[in-house]
Design a protein around this ligand. Structure first.
Ligand code: ADP
Ligand code: MG
Length: 583
């Protein structure tokens, strides 16, 4: 019921088609029994020889049998059409609503969910609901109705034979309930989880094939993938083991109606029952009883599909349960561009330790500050809290004295340019890639940005210049070149706040000087936060903050910190040693 309730909100108006489908399919199922009854009536008539004089009646029976059979098939088709219309709507809307929600997620959400993972969860789970809604729902009517009808029929005609039919039926239902209990459902859940894990790891594995080949590794080096396969194997074996005995017993019992019926008929006759009536009735039971087994079998599939649909819808809704970033009711646009962190603490989702703790820092308009410190000390986290990749757990981040939560997302985004170490370019033309920075820019603006970002040499060597599509005809850009294009994009955006996260990290020596010049242009007259591991860049900034384990442990200008002879002083000495090594 809960699952249906969740699913119906995705079906819109078409949810009314589902009960229609159930009713039509119920009628179709009833009609499907009738030909069997007519055939039985014909046999009975022939057996008793009484109506042989009336061939017309036999013909009538036969015609009705055919008519009922055809009507049943046609109605079933109609029922399936209704359920499919509803199911397709649900499937489309699950995808649509989830994507709409995903778009509103904080940007940090995409750190923990790769695009492949999001696609898989939404796409696959949306399709899983289809089986249940489109195919299993119409069958539900018959599964409930048929046993009731057959049950009544049986006890009206001959209760002793009816009783004999009940034995395999009850035993099979008991066996099925054993397989479908809570433990079975738990197994189904972990089965789906391990299937999902295996698929995700497989994608990772395919992505990593170049590395595997270069280092001549085997699949065993992909521990996670290997483990996920083993986990899946364990799951499936375990599930099969648990179902082995009840399932074999179940299949045997559900097909054994004649095994109980024939001896019962013999006993009835030997105790003085009417031979021909008993045999005729027994025939009816033999013809109709397969319907029972069909229904029990079907209800098993329905339960399975229901469990899967339930899991599927829960997984999709779980994915998007992170709070969306809402625009404030009365947004404020700051008049200045200073940035201030006030007592900011931030925990990543599920982390038991804060990534940063009680951070206070200030960047005045037009100033540049730098964050330095060992890897994992929280520098990136600080940088990402400014464009609201996540919201702070405690404390506030303000731009020009306005809490960023009181700004419209659009205003906030348009006031910040960021360049990260792994700049992402889209596989379209360089022109369009740069245009992303400011879709209203003219071609001249773009040319200017290219010059400022020191990208002229890249454009000149490409076959179609600015209009070359990246990734076609062997035109690929090196990491450093991509970085410079990304900087051109940021220069074109011309936002008053600039955030650079290890923007020179992957640059080769040739590129490094060019990138440094490009960054200088980007930072001119802006409020800037730099994260750098090459300390040469930070020498001239207005304030350096040294971070360790989520805390600021030192801050000040380069010269002051050197004089202090504490943490930064040691970092600087190490850095100088490292460059002399390179030289
Ligand atoms: P830095 O940039 O100084 O190397 P980060 O800010 O990236 O450090 O990371 C600070 C801490 O937060 C680290 O302990 C890291 O493991 C953790 N962390 C970083 N990103 C995430 C994330 N997306 N989810 C959970 N924990 C994260
Ligand atoms: Mg970092």
């Amino acid at each position: 019921m809960n699952t249906l309730f969740k699913l119906q909100k995705y079906m819109g108006k078409r949810k009314l088609l589902l009960p229609c489908s159930l009713i039509i399919s119920g009628i179709s199922n009833l009609l499907a029994i009738l030909p069997l009854i007519f055939i039985w009536l014909i046999i009975k008539a022939l057996w008793n020889n009484q109506d042989i004089a009336d061939p017309l009646l036999l013909e009538q029976y036969a015609i009705w049998a055919v008519v009922c059979a055809i009507a049943s098939v046609l109605l079933y088709f109609l029922a399936l059409t209704c359920s499919h219309l509803a199911a397709f709507k649900a499937e489309v809307n699950i995808r649509k609503y989830s994507m709409n929600k995903i778009i509103k997620m904080p940007i940090g959400f995409f750190d923990n969910h790769t695009s492949g993972n999001i696609r898989k969860i939404i796409d696959e789970n949306a399709s899983i609901t289809h089986t249940f809604l489109a195919h299993q729902m119409p069958d539900l009517a018959g599964t409930i109705l048929m046993p009731i009808v057959a049950f009544l029929l049986f006890f009206i005609i001959d209760w002793k034979l009816g009783l004999a039919c009940m034995i395999p039926l009850l035993v099979s239902m008991f066996l099925m309930s054993k397989m479908m209990n809570k433990k079975g459902q738990e197994l189904m859940n972990s089965y789906m989880t391990s299937l999902e894990d295996m698929n995700t790891e497989a994608v990772e594995y395919v992505r990593g094939i170049p590395i595997v080949k270069v280092f001549q590794q085997t699949i065993y080096s992909f521990k996670n993938f290997y483990n996920s396969i083993m986990q899946y194997k364990k799951m499936v074996t375990n599930y099969s083991d648990i179902c082995e005995k009840p399932m074999s017993a179940y299949v045997t019992v559900i097909n054994s109606f004649s095994f109980f019926l024939v001896p019962t008929a013999i006993i009835i006759i030997s105790y003085g029952g009417n031979t021909s009536t008993t045999i005729i009735n027994c025939l009816l039971y033999l013809v109709v009883s397969p319907i029972f087994s069909q229904c029990v079998m079907r209800s098993m599939y329905i339960f399975q599909a229901l469990n899967q649909a339930q899991e599927a819808i829960d997984r999709v809704e779980d994915l998007t349960k992170t709070n969306e970033i809402q625009d404030p009711k009365e947004p404020i646009i700051p008049t200045k561009n200073d940035i201030e962190f006030k007592d900011v603490t931030f925990y990543y989702e599920g982390a038991d330790k804060p990534a940063i703790e009680n951070i206070n820092l200030q960047i005045k308009e037009g100033e540049t500050i730098a964050l330095v410190g060992e890897s994992g000390s929280g520098k990136t986290t600080i940088a990402r809290l400014i464009p609201r990749f996540w919201d702070t757990t405690k404390g506030s981040v303000c731009i020009g004295d306005v809490n960023i939560k009181q700004m419209n997302k659009k205003d906030l985004m348009s006031s910040i340019s960021f360049v990260f170490q792994n700049a992402k370019l889209f596989s379209t033309s360089i022109y369009e890639n740069i245009l992303f920075g400011n879709p209203k820019a003219s071609r001249e603006d773009i040319e200017k940005a290219i010059d400022l970002a020191q990208c002229r040499d890249i454009i000149d060597k490409l076959p179609n210049g600015l209009d070359t599509v990246i990734g076609t005809h062997g035109t690929y850009l090196s990491g450093g070149e991509q970085q410079r294009i990304a900087i051109a994009r940021a220069i074109l955006k011309d936002a008053p706040i600039v955030i650079l996260d290890e923007a020179t990290a992957f640059a080769d020596p040739d590129n490094e000087e060019l990138i440094r010049q490009a960054l200088e242009k980007l930072m001119e007259n802006k409020t800037v936060l730099i994260i750098a591991h090459r300390l040469s860049i930070v020498q001239n900034v207005d304030c350096i903050y040294v971070m360790k384990s989520g805390n600021i442990i030192e801050s000040g200008k380069h010269n002051d910190l050197i004089e202090k002879k504490e943490v930064y002083y040691h970092m600087w000495n190490e850095y100088k040693k490292a460059i002399s090594w390179t030289l």
